[in-house]
Design a binder for this molecule. Structure first.
Ligand code: NAP
Length: 254
């Protein structure tokens, strides 16, 4: 499809920035949303995207941003992962941040952009889910729940859109090399050492290519769900904990 104007959230770095670069390279007009900081300004100056520094939790600012824009492609990419801890150790603020940024903001942006897409009978909405929304892993219960909810929402949205030309796609990436885990590991170097140095992760540009490929399909084809993993990453398996009174390891594969 030949789309002209995109709105990308979480655009200052990582996957979002790669998507902005890809879209700009295709000559698209791109509105790039992230928290107001120098990295957003630098990225916009370099790519020619229009920067919008705002907190996605601010629904009033979102409405003002979208007002008057005819968005063809919406990429709900912004996300946070404030901690890797068992849910019992969660704080109210981290629970709220996960739900507000990963889920609520994506729904609000979509609700603001969608009426125009429906009226023009043209558009493509992407949601950045995660493989964590399909295959639960320890210490990410709330994060996984927000991603699973995005997936469920996208499927419901497709039902509502039946008969329109607006396409909806959910991506479920595995490990992508970004700064998502920097704070959790105490800085970028430590996160790289733990997650990337010895592993072949997906690069942000790979995800941007996947999105561009989905966009390029004929208008009557909607790639609804895309699971994208590093070739050397897999999910599955099951664990069962020993009886409390038993000695030895806490859990074993079934
Ligand atoms: N990395 C992975 O392994 C992986 C795997 C599966 C799915 N994902 C998903 O991919 C998406 C992008 O993540 P990433 O890995 O590229 O992470 P990242 O490098 O940490 O980038 C996150 C982006 O979201 C923006 N953001 C966060 N909170 C915001 C808020 N309240 N308002 C506006 N912008 C906000 C950040 O802006 P600032 O820089 O201004 O804070 C940044 O641009 C997320 O939804 C993540 O869950 C990532």
């Amino acid at each position: 499809m030949d789309f002209n104007t995109a709105l990308v959230t979480g655009a200052s770095r990582g996957i979002g920035q790669a998507i902005v670069r890809k879209f700009r390279a295709r000559g698209m007009h791109v509105h790039a949303v992230a928290l107001a900081d120098q990295s957003l300004i630098d990225m916009a100056a370099e790519t020619g995207a229009v920067p919008h520094g705002l907190d996605l939790r601010d629904t009033g600012a979102l409405a003002a941003l979208v007002e008057g824009l005819d968005i063809d492609v919406l990429v709900n990419n912004a996300g946070v992962l404030p901690q890797l801890q068992p849910f019992a150790a969660s704080t109210p603020s981290t629970i709220d941040a996960l739900i507000d940024v990963n889920l609520r903001a994506a729904l609000h942006v979509t609700s603001l952009v969608l009426p125009g897409m429906i009226a023009r009978d043209r558009g493509h909405i992407f949601f950045m889910g995660s493989i964590a929304g399909k295959h639960p892993t320890p210490n990410t219960a709330t994060y996984g729940a927000t991603k699973a909810a995005l997936h469920a929402f996208a499927e419901g949205l497709r039902c509502d859109l039946l008969g329109s030309s607006v396409r909806v796609t959910v991506l479920m990436p595995g490990r992508v090399q970004t700064r998502l885990y920097d704070d959790i590991f105490g800085g970028h170097d430590k996160a790289s050492e733990a997650l990337y140095d010895d592993f072949e992760a997906i690069q942000p540009g790979d995800i941007a290519t996947v999105i561009a490929n989905a966009m390029d399909l004929p208008a009557h084809v909607d790639l609804t769900t895309i699971e994208v993993l590093p070739t050397r990453q897999t999910f599955g398996g099951s664990q069962i904990a020993r009886r409390r009174e038993s000695a030895g390891s806490a859990a074993e594969p079934t």
